[in-house]
Design a protein around this ligand. Structure first.
Ligand SMILES: NC(=O)c1ccc[n+]([C@@H]2O[C@H](COP(=O)([O-])OP(=O)(O)OC[C@H]3O[C@@H](n4cnc5c(N)ncnc54)[C@H](OP(=O)(O)O)[C@@H]3O)[C@@H](O)[C@H]2O)c1
Length: 341
């Protein structure tokens, strides 16, 4: 006996990956519903590579009663409208938007890092998925924190355009093509030209001069990993279609060398260490696409601070940063709370 699963935002970048990953991992499913807005109602999408076609339904008219879990990837607006009624109907919501992440009654989960926090889901019947940049960061930090206690993290991100949805990918494609034929650049989704450029601005500006994306990395890392860790982030959009990269500098309370950190990371859940100190001996975003892992490379000591390490970390933002993490949460929920069969 399997689950009845609804995917909300099934036609989007993350929703499609959710369907792919549910199928790839043979998630025990009796029935799957693909939901989106009225725009795509009636269109068909494939359930992973199973050959099974799903007719897209309008979430506005969908009754969540009798459905076990709803994986939401539709943005904060539609989530605010439909997640509470799904949860009230007894269907556990696993949400990818930022809406509920900092709600004290909603667990914010990365299964490799804080699986036990899932037990708090009953307060609202909602579980939140972190921001894509936070998810890969905490997977890499957790095993090092367990060994040498992290004091402070300085992170700079190199975030792909797929983090801004389908429209972000289309804008990079159209601008790149347009620039080659001499067209004028006309930014829409991004604030400046993204093709052949980088933009140090993701989400809105806050009063202190940081951006909301940077704030999210700080508060979400604290909520998932440890509130005592100090974090400062600079989030940058780069002209890469899929795959977020991060340059991470870490200061520890206890001494830890690069060799030991590599040994720890090699064994850590969700991490793939690719770290040869030679040409090409590291991972770049194009190589992580379609993979589950958080890749870590360039682990080295930072002699400018006491107990410092620097590293490079890359992951598929649509997978570990969103869809994979949501499916892992669904698997965890199934194992611990919603057992079937
Ligand atoms: N991309 C990432 O790396 C990433 C990572 C973590 C979290 N997230 C979050 O995941 C969510 C989806 O992101 P995405 O990248 O997949 O965006 P996307 O490619 O733009 O897709 C958006 C999806 O939401 C649906 N939608 C939009 N408005 C709707 C409405 N009023 N009612 C119902 N469905 C609606 C769209 O359906 P239609 O086809 O009908 O328009 C589409 O299926 C966002 O909350 C985002 O912040 C994204």
């Amino acid at each position: 006996m399997g689950y009845r699963i609804a995917v909300v935002g099934a036609t989007g970048n993350v929703g499609r990956e959710m369907l792919n990953i549910l199928a790839e991992r043979s998630f025990p499913i009796d029935e799957v519903a693909a939901l989106a807005s009225s725009r795509s109602q009636g269109t068909e999408i494939e359930f992973g590579e199973t050959g099974q076609m799903l007719k897209v339904q309008n979430v506005e008219h969908f009754d969540f009663t009798g459905w076990d879990m709803a994986l939401f990837a539709a943005g904060s607006g539609p989530t605010k409208l439909h997640a509470p009624r799904a949860a009230a109907a007894g269907c556990v919501v696993i949400d990818n938007s930022s809406l509920y992440r900092m709600d004290p009654d909603v667990p914010l989960i990365v299964p490799e890092v804080n699986p036990d926090a899932i037990d708090g889901y009953k307060a609202r019947n909602i579980i939140a998925n972190p921001n894509c940049s936070t998810a890969q960061l905490v997977v890499a930090l957790k095993p090092l924190h367990d060994r040498a206690r992290i004091k402070r993290v300085v992170v700079a991100t190199y975030q792909s355009v797929s983090g801004a949805g389908k429209e972000g990918m289309d804008e990079l494609f159209e601008q790149s093509r347009g620039i080659f034929v001499g067209d004028q650049v006309d930014p829409k989704k991004f604030t400046k030209q993204i093709a052949f450029n980088v933009i140090p601005h993701i989400d809105v500006f806050l009063d202190d001069g940081s951006t909301k994306e940077e704030w999210k990395m700080v508060v979400e890392t604290k909520k998932i990993l440890d509130p005592k860790i100090k974090v400062v982030a600079t989030c940058v959009r780069v002209p890469v279609f899929v795959g977020h990269s991060e340059a991470v500098n870490i200061e520890f309370f206890e001494e830890i060398g690069a060799d030991e950190a590599q040994d720890i990371l090699r064994e850590a859940p969700g991490v793939m260490l690719i770290d040869k100190r030679e040409d090409g001996g590291y991972v770049t975003p194009v190589e992580c696409v379609g993979d589950y892992a958080t890749f870590v490379s360039r682990v080295r000591e930072d002699s400018t601070v006491e107990n410092g390490l620097s590293l490079w970390c890359v992951s598929d933002n649509l997978r570990k940063g969103a869809a994979l993490n949501a499916v892992q949460i669904a698997e965890l929920l199934g194992r611990r709370h919603l057992k079937k069969g």
